[in-house]
Ligand binder design. Structure first.
Ligand code: ZN
Length: 424
């Protein structure tokens, strides 16, 4: 029995020793394997060509071609990349402040290229052999239709920003009413704005404002309304009767006139006998021909002004001014309110001139703008067969504003139903 006990004990010791050895081995194995892995990692990175990453923001007037050419990427390579975007997005029309990044191999091959067009869409091109595979990455967002009402306290800006909206929304509203309300002058404390508009969110974050669907400016004695409407191919804002909101400057300050000198950055001045910018348009007409205000405004100057001769300056809405120069007679005084089409002066040849004409100038924030470019953006009247549609849209939006304001709800368009939520 003793003998058997000894054998049993020895075999137990042996088995334990074996296991200990095994354990050490296993540890060893794991450790070795790690080393192998590390070594192989190092060796593969050594084999991999080193990629260089470039990131940037597109500068003013810069092209994608120039960005790659500056990094010594070959013409054919750049053209191949641009070509691979052909049916996805036009890489030849990139704009200032868009962002990009790309990886180049030491041989100046493009490995990967990302381009962020705007806050909602970006593109990725990856090298696939000798070609590029381009993917559009849409950023998912939620569109909310929100109703808000603002009471004017000291300014439109403060009233809106104090309700957790941004200056972008303020500008959008000011643009819509730019011909009807001068937000620097006409707003009075206690006026109200009711607005129905789209907001795009990514998660909880506001990404951008969409369209303003309707807006009403409620002053003491008058309500200005604007409704966004797709009028066939064109789209824009219309008042409650369906008239386009964008009222333009009259094309001419005269009933009839012949352009004798156009707007230009440089022209030969017939009196000064040297090259000078011409900041307006000259219309030749006989002395005494009536001159009309091209837009509503307040007379901010009426009198003599050296080279301009007898001059009238009108302050129109939202930063616009119009100049009527070289007049024979001035018919309105400083401070007078004038209406579009009202006679304000008569053609003369006062100041620096060679013959009778009116020099007509438009300034925006005191910078001369070409009057002929002011004529282009006219909203078309609503077409007859769309009138009924417009009235329905107008009614439903007005009703939606009231109901959303009352219930303090917003409308989540991607869910096609109203859900409860905080305003904004
Ligand atoms: Zn002129």
């Amino acid at each position: 029995m003793h003998f058997f006990k000894k054998i049993a004990f020895l075999s137990l010791v042996f088995i334990i020793a074996f296991f200990i050895a095994e354990l050490i081995n296993i540890d060893d194995f794991i450790y070795n394997n790690k080393q192998v892995e590390k070594v192989s990692e190092i060796s593969t990175t050594k084999k991999k060509p080193e990629l260089k990453c470039f990131k940037g923001v597109i500068g003013s007037g810069k092209t994608i071609y120039e960005i790659f050419a500056e990094k010594k990427v070959a013409h054919t390579e750049i053209m191949k990349l641009i070509g691979s975007f052909k049916n996805v997005c036009d890489l030849t029309k990139v704009r200032e402040n868009q962002t990009y990044s790309f990886f180049l191999t030491p041989l100046k091959e493009i490995k990967k290229f990302s381009y962020k067009k705007d806050i909602l869409s970006s593109y990725i091109a990856e090298r696939d052999g000798n070609e590029f595979t381009v993917l559009k990455k849409d950023i998912e967002f939620t569109k909310k239709i929100v109703a808000k009402s603002f009471k004017i306290k000291n300014s439109l800006y403060n009233s809106i920003v104090s309700q957790k909206e941004t200056g972008t929304l303020v500008n959008k509203i000011a643009n819509i009413f730019s011909w009807d309300i001068d937000f620097y002058l006409d707003t009075k404390e206690g006026d109200k704005i009711k607005i129905l508009f789209e907001k795009f969110y990514k998660g909880e974050k506001l990404v951008k404002y969409g369209n303003i669907l309707s807006v009403q400016y409620i002053a003491k004695n008058k309500v200005f309304s604007a409704f966004y409407f797709k009028n066939g191919k064109s789209r824009g804002y219309y008042d409650e009767k369906g008239r386009p909101l964008k009222k333009l400057f009259l094309r001419l300050p005269l009933k009839f006139g012949r352009v004798t000198s156009k707007f230009s950055i440089r022209r030969f001045h017939p009196v000064d006998k040297r090259y000078k910018a011409h900041k307006g348009i000259d219309y030749g007409a006989p002395i005494g021909t009536p001159i009309f205000a091209t837009a509503d405004g307040v007379v901010s100057f009426s009198g003599r002004n050296s080279g301009y001769g007898k001059l009238i300056i009108l302050r129109n809405t939202n930063g616009y001014k119009t100049y009527y120069a070289h007049c024979n007679r001035l018919l309105v005084r400083k401070g007078a309110k004038v209406k579009q089409g009202q006679m304000i002066a008569k053609v003369g040849k006062t100041g620096k001139v060679t013959g009778p004409h009116v020099h007509y100038e438009i300034r925006y924030k005191n910078k001369p703008v070409n009057p002929s470019t002011m004529i282009t953006s006219k909203s078309k009247p609503i077409r007859k067969h769309l009138k009924k549609n417009f009235i329905e849209i107008k009614k439903s939006r007005l009703a939606l504003v009231e109901s959303l304001l009352l219930k303090k709800q917003f409308y989540l368009t991607n869910m096609k139903k109203e859900i409860k939520g905080n305003k904004g």
